[in-house]
Ligand binder design. Structure first.
Ligand code: TRP
Length: 340
């Protein structure tokens, strides 16, 4: 237990519930949770860098934690918590802001993309989003950070901040490595297969949510956009739609791409699409049912929040105390060391 490597990852409460995030992230999170000491956090503080409807934000946090547990992440074995429940995240983020350069943050592609898309709300939180993410990671002295390819730059920035800080004050932070899954990392939209599957895009059936009903899932797959050929062949550049379906079917069934091509040789898209839909339905069914059960027990979930926050705070405050001491803050008013 003591020398297990440490993993930290965070997921937005509003973004977790798609098939894409399940295959690209959550499935791996669950698989890693036996081998590593895992900290998984639902990042409500990051979520408010975009305007949220308060009632929806509140509800999705319950849902997301329930989904994580239903996916096989055992809150008894791992540390599962909501970011704002551990004040050390905000506290360290402030400190790290003072060790992060304006120019560095200006170069973050996610900031550039998000501010281009939403030019009426380019708030300071959106700009300093990566320093909060760095605090998430560095507080737990994480070795590995499982993320999608789009987050690699933020993990690299985290390393740069840690190197800078350690260079001034000695070894305070462990340098984390990004851990990017080989498969499933890029599940595309079913209607616009050149775009990553995301809940924030228009509801046109292109995005599958983990709690969607089987008949809706099947309908979305039957309507998935493909090309004008008929043959089932993996070729993401020329056939993004069908390649995405092959990828999804492969992750659901564990079958290789070539085996899938052989299985469906001579058959058309009309045969293949519902088969993929059914595979997804069967993959999600137990998770959906389990999530519903967990959501029905609010007291249980709230207890998970509480225990997660306590476990996470214990580790986080250790790091924060060290940081405060190094920079010259008086750390004796931080929560007591023997909180556990
Ligand atoms: N920024 C990440 C995303 O949008 C979510 C996130 C927040 C995160 N804090 C993190 C991921 C810490 C990894 C580690 O997907």
């Amino acid at each position: 237990m003591e020398n297990k490597k440490i993993i930290l990852s965070g997921i937005q409460p509003t973004g977790i519930a798609t098939l894409g995030s399940y295959l690209g992230a959550l499935k791996n999170w669950a698989a890693l949770s036996d081998e590593y000491d895992c900290y998984y956090t639902v990042v409500d503080m990051h979520a408010i860098t975009a305007r949220q409807v308060p009632a929806d934000l509140r509800r999705t946090q319950y849902e997301q934690v329930a989904i994580l547990i239903a996916c096989g992440i055992d809150p008894g074995k791992n540390t599962l918590f909501i970011q704002s429940h551990v004040p050390a995240h905000a506290q360290l983020a402030w400190v790290l802001n003072c060790y992060t350069m304006f120019g560095e943050l200006s170069r973050m592609t996610q900031f550039k993309d998000k501010s281009a898309k939403n030019d009426e709300n380019i708030n300071a939180g959106l700009f300093t989003y990566p320093t909060l993410q760095a605090a998430d990671i560095l507080l737990y002295q994480a070795d590995l950070v499982p993320v999608g390819a789009d987050q690699k730059q933020h993990v690299e920035l985290t390393r740069n901040i840690a190197v800078r800080f350690n260079g001034i004050y000695g070894d305070v932070f462990k340098l984390p490595e990004p851990y990017i899954p080989e498969v499933g990392g890029k599940i595309m939209d079913l209607q616009t297969p050149t775009r990553k599957m995301s809940k924030s895009e228009i509801a046109d059936g292109g995005c599958i949510l983990m709690l969607d009903k089987p008949e809706d899932i099947l309908r979305s797959f039957k309507r998935a956009v493909t090309d004008s050929e008929t043959c089932i062949r993996f070729d993401p550049d020329n056939k993004p739609g069908i390649s995405n379906l092959i990828q999804i079917y492969s992750v659901c069934t564990g079958k290789e791409y070539t085996d899938i091509e052989n299985e469906f040789s001579g058959k058309g898209y009309g045969d293949f699409k519902p088969v993929v839909g059914e595979a997804v339905i069967e993959l999600l069914r137990p998770i959906r049912e389990e999530t519903r059960k967990i959501l029905a027990d609010k007291a249980y979930l709230e207890n998970v929040f509480k225990e997660g926050a306590e476990k996470a705070s214990y580790t986080a405050n250790k790091t924060l105390r060290k940081v405060y001491k190094k920079i010259g803050f008086i750390d004796s008013f931080l929560p007591a060391k023997a909180q556990r």
